[in-house]
Design a protein. Structure first.
Length: 135
């Protein structure tokens, strides 16, 4: 239940931030999901909806908006930038990256110079981008 744990963390972080900002009701939580996380959206949104119900008045009418963040890599050797191509990986490689995005270096190479020495510019993690509500 990887998605359930992520949903719990998102809601708990949003509630904590909203309380720090003095919000009495959260209207919308915008969450950016990195492509490398490869989250299954149906279980994730189901978990978010169920967890929101447990928080009573603060989250009574809250909506969660999900945004995709494409994965972009940059080669440290030749400076080429490229996007993640899940289709170019086999199923086992895609699964490995899903559970530990850091292992992308073992399965991917720069499309230009074939170096495995690259950095992930974006597309990792799950982050709260914005929380709107009433004070």
């Amino acid at each position: 239940m990887h998605e359930w744990a992520l949903a719990e963390a998102v809601i708990e972080a949003a509630v904590e931030d909203a309380r720090k900002e003095g919000m009495t009701r959260i209207r919308e939580i915008t969450v950016r999901i990195g492509e490398l996380q490869q989250i299954e959206l149906d279980p994730f949104t189901f978990a978010l909806d169920e967890i929101i119900k447990l928080h009573g008045e603060l989250l009574q009418h809250a909506q969660v908006k999900l945004e995709d963040e494409p994965a972009i890599f940059k080669c440290r050797v030749c400076s080429t930038e490229w996007h993640y191509q899940k289709a170019s990986l086999n199923e086992a490689e895609g699964e490995a990256i899903h559970f530990a995005p850091e292992v992308a270096h073992a399965y991917m190479r720069c499309p230009r110079c074939k170096s495995p020495d690259f950095e992930v510019l974006q597309g990792r993690g799950v982050t709260i981008q914005r929380i709107t509500g009433l004070k």
